[in-house]
Structure formats: structure tokens, C-alpha cells
Design a protein around this ligand. Structure first.
Ligand code: GMT
Length: 375
């Protein structure tokens, strides 16, 4: 199949899923065309079946806001016609689903049928999509999609309960490439960060308010009182400056390292003992799955799609949002006993294996096949 993919190219779950899925489809022989405003972060290497088409937005003094959607639609139309795309897969509803709808109408006028699949990722529904500035368009574009998927049952339930949706939403969870995300021998990293063999606690995110990174630090400050440990914070985003300020003023400053954005997250995860993701909401929690694949148990909240991924008492623990005492208590329980820690690590990996891209990618292919049957 010839598939156009629209996504956000930056660090972030939806872009990662879009890029990894596109790469895997390409490996299987499909021709993949990424259309976005900069090179997707995980699209590092040349691949015979992958092309990247950059969208440039022509500016004009009249524009207070340059019309990215118009430029993206035009680029999609151009690529679809020239490359003879069979279908378009859009990741993150805003603005990609309405862009694909518009392109479909333009292409129809030119005698081409270009169906589109919309994958809902989370904040496009739970935070941004609900905003009245966007919700009518999001509702319309979801209903007009030729197929809709969501990354968890919780997200699909939330979509049905908030928007007037008159069509099926298929749940296809996030996935993991276990050839990349697996425990690697990086003992020298561990030595450098934790020379006294302290336990390593880790968090990775885009440091947006929804991630509640402040809670990670609170949980860590309780753990470190009982168990010698270090905290590694991976990623960057709007809240980082505040968290960094707080940490600099805390007595644990020396035990906390901010690593910023990292390409090879799996190398760092490989030496860690516990991942903390205390988000306000998390439609799936890809970062937690990546940790589990590297044999790192997880402490998450019990909201959104987290209970679909994190098995209470087996792969880690879940607590109510903001309940840092409970999170710390559970973290200490996992870390204080070596045998118990080993068990949690083993179970985290076993569970992560069920999300192997090998099992999940064919489910998207099936959706594409269904869509192509409908004319
Ligand atoms: O977590 C973010 O803020 C990034 C966001 C995105 O759209 O890039 O991630 C969402 O999509 C991921 C991939 O499907 C999910 O694993 C994340 O749970 C989801 N984030 C939230 O729901 C907050």
C-alpha cells in the first residue's frame, strides 16, 4: 500500500507511534510518505520505502497566524496525486483529521479517492479537543474519518462521552519495538550516575503540566530518606524551569540529574530501577511501556489508560493523582528487597512483550484493508 502519514514530528508519544509504525510498515514493503513540518525525530536513517515531505508555510505580513493547515492540506493533495497514495493515516486529531478531510474533498474533485484513518492519541481529546475553539471541528472530522482508532479503551470511552460520535472507534494500543527497547549492558552509565550503587529512579516526559513532574520530585524525596537513590529526569518542556528551580533549592539537589531531551532513552532506562509517571491523565503511557520493555517497573496514577497497561502489584503500582505518599510507599516496597525488585523487573518485561510491534502493526494493516474495501 502507499500510505501518507500526518503527525507531529517532535518528541512526544503520538509522533513516536506514527514514526515507528511508518518505519515498520515500510520494512514490510509498504510505501510510506511522512508529511509534516520537520523531520520526525525517530526517522533517523534512510529507508528505501520511506519518504519525508516537508511542509513549508508561506508567510505574508497580513497573517498574524501563518495558515499551517492550508499548507499541510496543499502538500497532502500534491503528494497524494503524484505518489498515488492509497490512503492517509493521521495521528493526533488536531488539525490532522480536518486537514485529511479537506484534502479528500479536493482530491475527489480531481477523480481520486483518498480515504483517511484517524488515530486519537490523548490530549487531542482529553485536553485540547474539548476546548470549544476546537471541539466542533474535532467532532466533525472524527465522524467523517473512514476509520478511527484510539490508543486505549479509556480514551475511546472518553471520546464517546464528550463528543457526539456516530461511528466505531477501534482500540489499538501503543506498541514497542523490542529490538530497540530492551535492557542493554550499560553498567558504565550506572557507575557514572550512581557510583555507590544507589537505586536509580527515572522519569521521562515533555514536562507539560499534565505530567505533574513536581510529584516525581516529591516521591523521590520520600524514597531517598529510606533508600540511597538518585533521580534522573529525561526530557524538556514548559515546566522544567520551575522544577529545576525547586530542585536547586532542595537538600536533594545533588541526587537529581536533569538530562534534557535524549535520543537513546533505552540506554538510560537500561540501568534504572523504577520509572515514575504521576500524570494527571495518560491515555496510554508510552513512556511507561518503554521503561517496562527495558525491565523497569513503573509507578503511575490510576487515571486514563494507565490501568490498561500497568498491572497493579505485578508490573508496578498505581495511585490516585497527587497521592505522593502512596506512590513513595509503593516505590519503597519495590526497591527495598532485591528479590522483589527482580520479580517486578521480570514481570514488567513479560507484560511489555505483549505490546510487541509485531502483534500490533497487523491490526493497523487490517484497518487499512477494511477502509480500502469501502468506496
Ligand atoms: O504525553 C504527551 O503529552 C504527548 C502525547 C502526544 O500526543 O504526543 O502523548 C499521548 O499519546 C501517546 C501515544 O499514543 C500516549 O502514549 C500518551 O499517553 C498520550 N499522552 C497523554 O494522554 C497525556
Amino acid at each position: 500500500m502507499k500510505i501518507g502519514i500526518l503527525c507531529y514530528p517532535t518528541f512526544g508519544g503520538s509522533g513516536v507511534v506514527a514514526t515507528e509504525l511508518g518505519k515498520a510498515l515500510a520494512e514490510k514493503g509498504h510505501q510510506i510518505h511522512f508529511i509534516t513540518y520537520s523531520q520526525p525525530v525517530r526517522l533517523e536513517h534512510f529507508s528505501e520505502n520511506v519518504s519525508y515531505h516537508e511542509v513549508s508555510v508561506a508567510d505574508y505580513p497580513l497573517f498574524e497566524y501563518a495558515p499551517y493547515e492550508t499548507a499541510l492540506t496543499s502538500k497532502l493533495v500534491d503528494v497524494a496525486l503524484f505518489e498515488k497514495l492509497d490512503l492517509v493515516h493521521v495521528h493526533y486529531a488536531i488539525p490532522h483529521a480536518s486537514v485529511a478531510y479537506m484534502a479528500k474533498q479536493i482530491l475527489k474533485e480531481q477523480g481520486m479517492h483518498a480515504p483517511f484513518v484517524t488515530t486519537l492519541h490523548g490530549t487531542d481529546i482529553t485536553l485540547v479537543g474539548k476546548n470549544p475553539s476546537y471541539s466542533p471541528v474535532v467532532t466533525f472530522a472524527i465522524n467523517q474519518s473512514d476509520a478511527v482508532t484510539s490508543v486505549s479503551k479509556s480514551l475511546s470511552d472518553e471520546t464517546y462521552s464528550f463528543f457526539k460520535i456516530n461511528r466505531k472507534i477501534e482500540v489499538i494500543p501503543n506498541f514497542i519495538d523490542l529490538t530497540r527497547f530492551s535492557k542493554q549492558r550499560k553498567e558504565h552509565f550506572r557507575k557514572a550516575i550512581a557510583p555507590e550503587n544507589e537505586k536509580l529512579i527515572v522519569h521521562a516526559s515533555n514536562f507539560r503540566a499534565v505530567k505533574r513532574v513536581g510529584d516525581v520530585v516529591k516521591v523521590f524525596s520520600k524514597i531517598v530518606e529510606k533508600i540511597p537513590s538518585k533521580l534522573i529526569l529525561i526530557g524538556d518542556g514548559p515546566e522544567r524551569v520551575n522544577i529545576e528551580r525547586e530542585c536547586r533549592e532542595s537538600k536533594f539537589c545533588d541526587q537529581i540529574r536533569f538530562l534534557g531531551k535524549q535520543e537513546a532513552v533505552e540506554e538510560i532506562l537500561s540501568v534504572c530501577d523504577l520509572f515514575v509517571l504521576p500524570s494527571e491523565t495518560e491515555s496510554f503511557g508510552l513512556a511507561a511501556l518503554e521503561a517496562m520493555a527495558c525491565q523497569v517497573p513503573v509507578i503511575t496514577t490510576n487515571t486514563g489508560g494507565s490501568p490498561e497497561l500497568n498491572v497493579q502489584g505485578i508490573t508496578g503500582f498505581m495511585s490516585n493523582v497527587g497521592d505522593v505518599d502512596d506512590m513513595a510507599k509503593n516505590a519503597i516496597f519495590i526497591l527495598e528487597d532485591e528479590d522483589r525488585l527482580k520479580k517486578f523487573k521480570k514481570h514488567a518485561l513479560e507484560h511489555a512483550r505483549t505490546y510487541d510491534i509485531k502483534f500490533i502493526m497487523p491490526r493497523y494493516e487490517k484497518v487499512y484493508e477494511e477502509v480500502l474495501k469501502i468506496k
